[in-house]
Design a protein around this ligand. Structure first.
Ligand code: GUN
Ligand code: ZN
Length: 424
């Protein structure tokens, strides 16, 4: 058993932020060796309940749940900031050539190492990750996640058409490989497998059908793809799948919408799509830095909330421009504010933070497991230094309330503010 004393930020199950200016987080290992939150709250009320427990004291630091990145491509770590006229030329000119290199498993292992170092420097403790179509790229990802003891989800990308040599896979073999990888990695320690068709344009109907069959056979795996990111992409899908009601409807038609199904972007949707997401408990991974960088559009937070679409935040590196959760939350604020192409609203800092922790956990079907620091959950947390830079120190010293403190971090914070990360 071990306790940590600092300022403490956590969330209740409804997403309400709870803050103790002098807090205590008590953790204890379970039978499998994973450390869980035993108790959390104000130091003055908790200290007497746990008199024998050794306490690590971090004065003037903030303990908060580890961040959760709902959609990120580890194989695109080296193409952050590649400019293009839009999604489709970006894929063709930068992404596919970069991903073709992952046929080399040594190269995949090297990039996986860099990727996890970046996640941890930025306080991200769980992510839903795209490797590439090469099975060895998924092995490299899982092996490195296991090495760090992280709760991580990913899976070999499926793309058997409209993809160049070097990344295109073969329909039947891709499904055999996927099932073998599920058996090798899903539920091993803290790892989870995601059945990962890249997006509807790069999968044949047979591949999507096979993916849906695997999703039914292994119902606690994840499903991970992209939808309705870019208008040219939406037009292309309409041509390829004329019988589906909408782009999202393609996934519905192949059995790819259910709890633990996660779609990046979800920008160009209609209300029938949103209702379908609500009814099937399919989640949106909102990727604001990517959408701004590639000029894709603006996620409609108001419509998502009104329709009860499960959603949370994501970096979408390398379309996204940063691994840093503060940068993603700030971009989500900008996107929420945009009020010309959809209703504009002002997301509160506590709401933004929830979208990158507890709401993301819930959208991933991991509520009660990570993301809140509630008792019983796994103790993945970050230690934030609110004085990491001169301007941040000046600003946070003047904060009158929790919203002002969190907004200062969101607007001015970066990886320098993540002093350390503690993995359950
Ligand atoms: N759609 C299909 N593939 C990708 C990808 O790699 N990144 C993004 N942002 N969208 C995609
Ligand atoms: Zn993506």
């Amino acid at each position: 058993m071990q306790a940590y004393r600092a300022q403490l930020l956590r969330f209740d199950a409804q997403g309400q932020a709870l803050y103790d200016s002098d807090g205590l987080l008590v953790v204890d290992g379970d039978a499998s060796g994973v450390r869980r939150v035993l108790d959390a709250g104000p130091y003055r009320t908790l200290a007497g309940r746990h008199p024998q427990v050794p306490i690590t004291h971090w004065p003037e630091r903030i303990i908060a749940p580890g961040f959760i990145d709902m959609h990120v491509h580890y194989a695109q770590t080296d193409i952050i900031g590649a400019p293009a006229a839009g999604l489709l030329p970006w894929l063709e000119n930068y992404t596919f050539p970069a991903e073709a290199r992952f046929v080399d498993s040594q190269y995949a292992a090297e990039v996986a190492g860099v990727f996890f170092d970046e996640l941890l420097r930025n306080g991200v403790t769980t992510a839903l990750v795209f490797p590439t179509s090469h099975p060895a790229s998924a092995d490299a990802f899982f092996a490195r996640a296991e090495h760090h003891g992280l709760r991580m989800i990913g899976g070999k990308v499926l793309q058997d058409r409209h993809s160049p040599d070097g990344v295109r896979d073969e329909t039947e073999q891709s499904l055999i490989d996927t099932e073998a990888l599920i058996r090798r990695w899903h539920g091993k320690g803290r790892l989870g497998y995601a059945i990962t068709p890249r997006f509807a344009p790069t999968s044949s109907e047979a591949q999507l059908r096979g993916a849906g069959e695997l999703a039914a056979k292994y119902p606690d795996t994840w499903i991970h793809s992209h939808v309705a990111e870019n208008r040219d992409e939406v037009t292309w899908v309409r041509e390829l799948y004329p019988n589906s009601r909408s782009y999202l409807g393609v996934y519905q038609d192949f059995g790819l919408m259910r709890r633990r199904a996660v779609y990046a972007h979800c920008i160009h949707l209609d209300d029938a799509d949103r209702r379908l997401m609500h009814d099937t408990q399919t989640a949106a991974a909102v990727s604001p830095t990517s959408n701004l960088f590639l000029g894709s559009g603006f996620f409609d937070f108001e419509a998502a909330m009104a329709r009860g679409v499960p959603h949370g935040l994501a970096s979408d590196v390398g379309g996204g421009t940063s691994f840093c959760p503060f940068h993603t939350m700030l971009a989500a604020y900008y996107v929420g504010r945009e009020g010309q192409s959809k209703p504009g609203l002002s997301l509160s800092p506590a709401q933004l933070w929830w979208l990158h922790t507890g709401a993301a956990a819930r959208a991933l079907g991991l509520e009660g497991v990570i993301g809140t620091l509630q008792p019983g959950t796994e103790a993945d947390f970050v230690v934030i230094n609110p004085k990491a830079t001169p301007l941040l120190a000046r600003k946070t010293a003047r904060a009158q309330n929790l919203d002002e403190l969190l907004f200062s971090l969101i607007v001015l914070g970066d990886d320098r503010a993540i002093e350390s990360v503690v993995i359950a």
